[in-house]
Design a protein around this ligand. Structure first.
Ligand code: HEM
Length: 217
């Protein structure tokens, strides 16, 4: 296990530091008993031990995935946005970067993206520092993200939803159907563009301050 205090790529921290705990897959694999279950979903590690009894899909399916990468089975079920929201209760850290394989369990690969600042889109957030642009719709899966300078400059996307997180995990992306941003206070803003987000958002960006890792399917 390793804990890393992340810093902004532009070196401008505004008094906000977040730490990410990284777990090796071999460590996760040991957590496979009915009392102690960890799962990996999209490169993030979840301790679902206390969720077993509550899982609407039953405890067996979780047991089957115990200690392993459950990304595919989680996505195959087509979990709701509520279910995705619940994930954060069980999040304990990220898979160690050395264990993230391109094209591996999470089906994501990494590339570099640029963060910028876009007030128009997120001006209703108390900390308006992020925006997202997608270069793809439908099946083509390239996504670029442009966003703010600080703690909000990371994102995570799952099955059509782009999550902009306040912590500093790696970024993942898939073609977004809608965009969701959450600021540090927990306030949320959503965009449900009727056209591809790339067309909607492209004009609104002031390009990049920080580069970060993104991952695309
Ligand atoms: C922490 C991880 C998970 C959370 C928070 C979670 C949450 C939920 C929730 C809230 C539901 C109700 C339906 C919905 O809202 O989508 C559900 C249903 C279900 N989940 Fe999960 N789930 C997790 C992991 C998994 C995994 C790894 C599997 C593996 C196969 C799985 C299989 C199912 C199944 C089969 C259903 C029932 C679907 C149905 O009846 O239509 N879940 N889950």
């Amino acid at each position: 296990m390793a804990t890393v205090v992340a810093s902004g790529g532009d070196g401008k921290e505004q008094g906000v530091e977040t730490s990410v705990t990284y777990y090796r897959l071999e460590e996760v694999a040991k957590r496979n008993s009915s009392k102690d279950i960890w799962l990996v979903i999209h490169g993030r590690v979840y301790d679902v031990s206390r969720f077993l009894d509550e899982h609407p899909g039953g405890e067996e399916v979780l047991m089957e995935q115990a200690g392993g990468d459950a990304t595919e089975s989680f996505e195959d079920v087509g979990h709701s946005s509520d279910a995705r929201e619940m994930l954060k209760q069980y999040y304990i850290g990220d898979v160690h970067p050395n264990d993230l394989k391109p094209g591996g369990g999470s089906k994501f690969r990494h590339f570099s993206g640029v963060f910028g600042c876009s007030l128009p889109l997120w001006k209703h957030l108390r900390r308006p520092s992020l925006a997202v642009s997608a270069d793809s719709c439908g099946d083509s899966s390239s996504l670029s993200l442009e966003g703010g300078h600080s703690a909000l400059s990371h994102c995570h996307a799952q099955q059509g939803t782009v999550w902009l997180r306040e912590d500093r995990g790696h970024c993942s992306a898939s073609p977004p159907l809608f965009l969701l941003a959450r600021d540090l206070t927990g306030q949320e803003a959503t965009q449900q563009p009727s056209v591809c987000p790339c067309k909607l958002l492209k004009k609104k960006f002031t390009p990049g301050l920080v580069s970060c890792d993104l991952a695309i399917e």
